[in-house]
Write a new protein. Structure first.
Lengths: 111, 254
């Protein structure tokens, strides 16, 4: 059940990201100066952390989505769904371990 | 025989004191609680490690508080009357041993979720039974009835063997997070009940049932949370049964 909760929470979070993303991109048609200001605010450390959260949400939603597709299509996956939950978290941990140091260096180190 | 009281028999079962923390509701109200208000009440009972939660509940009802209400009939895991939420999981009280529950901590006992509570651990099962009736859980055939029994190969019988084990205790349906938030959903049990007939080679009503389950409150509400499979006291692979119904609907093959 907890992967079900994770899938709902990350899904709603990604939806709101897309909503904001459509709005901020649409802003360039209204006022390029306002657009630059908004996009510039994304370079602050606070948004750097929000970005890390966004990547985490998308990774979890993507790989758990693949797990759900597997469960729907194969009896083997259905019977091993708990191991597949672990697989999702392991893939998530590996990819985040690769992404986070580099990302946080950009956000806080100015590198 | 010649057993002596002083020497404990081999493998004697240890006695222990367990605390039951029960979520109670009285529709008429009590001295301390308003009508229909839910509240936790703790009871201490002397029990053996091999006793079941149902035995502990009996001790409370028979020796401490006769007003405690719960359903049970056969008390041996066959009738499906005493499904309840024990330590946060749906189980049959008559199949859950105290020693499997960490008796050092209070054992929480709640009514199954998603159905209206009538009193203490008793819920109104009618919405649950109504869903079961809707999928027409009876043999549907055309033509004249044969003079002898309707024969079936062992392979055809095995096709739906798993879903014949259902005892309709509602442990699966009331563990489903979709059912908790949307009472319109048929719930895992009704789909299990339909599966038992849809994949029976002797039955001819499979498309009537599949059409009912193709409804927006039908199988497509299942989000494969697997709570039903984990809750089933009969070990039915509920999510697998639901998945097979989905596949029948998408492929058109039964």
């Amino acid at each position: 059940m907890w992967m079900w909760v994770v899938h709902r929470v990350t899904g709603v979070a990604i939806f709101f990201f897309l909503l904001v993303h459509v709005l901020d991109t649409a802003l360039v048609r209204v006022s390029p100066e306002a657009y630059n200001e908004v996009i510039g605010s994304y370079k602050t450390p606070l948004y750097g952390l929000v970005e890390a959260g966004l990547v985490a949400a998308i990774l979890l939603h993507a790989f758990n989505g693949l797990r759900i597709i597997a469960v729907d299509h194969s009896t083997w996956a259905l019977r091993h769904q708990k191991q597949l939950v672990w697989a999702v978290w392991i893939i998530f941990a590996v990819l985040m371990a690769g992404f986070l140091p580099r990302h946080l260096m950009h956000v806080f180190g100015g590198a | 025989m010649t057993a002596v009281a002083e020497s404990p028999a081999v493998g004697e079962v240890t006695a222990l004191t367990v605390t039951l923390k029960i979520l109670r509701t009285n529709p008429e109200g009590t001295a301390d609680h308003a009508a229909g208000e839910s509240y936790w009440e703790e009871f201490q009972v002397e029990a053996h490690a091999t006793d079941r939660v149902l035995d502990a509940l009996h001790k409370v009802k028979w020796d401490q508080d006769g007003s405690l209400s719960f359903r049970r009939s056969c008390a041996h895991g066959v009738c499906g009357s005493d499904a309840m939420r024990i330590n946060g999981r749906n189980r049959l009280a008559c199949k859950t041993l105290l020693k499997d529950l960490n008796p050092a901590r209070p054992i929480t006992v709640e009514p199954i979720k998603g159905l209206p509570v009538e009193k203490d651990l008793i819920v109104d099962m009618e919405p649950f039974f109504a869903s079961y009736r809707e999928i027409m859980p009876f043999l549907m055939t055309t033509g004249t009835a044969p003079e002898r029994e309707r024969l079936q190969s062992p392979e055809d019988r095995a096709r739906f063997d798993d879903t014949t084990k259902c005892i309709m205790c509602a442990a699966c349906t009331t563990s489903c997070p979709v059912f908790w938030t949307d009472g319109q959903y048929f719930g895992p049990q009704a789909i299990v009940g339909a599966h038992r007939f849809i994949f029976d080679s002797r039955d001819e009503g499979q498309w009537d049932r599949l059409e009912i389950l193709n409804d927006k409150a039908g199988v497509w509400k299942c989000r494969t949370a697997f709570n039903c499979t984990e809750a089933c006291p009969r070990g039915i692979e509920v999510t697998k049964a639901i998945s097979e119904v989905k596949k029948a609907l998408t492929s058109g093959d039964v």
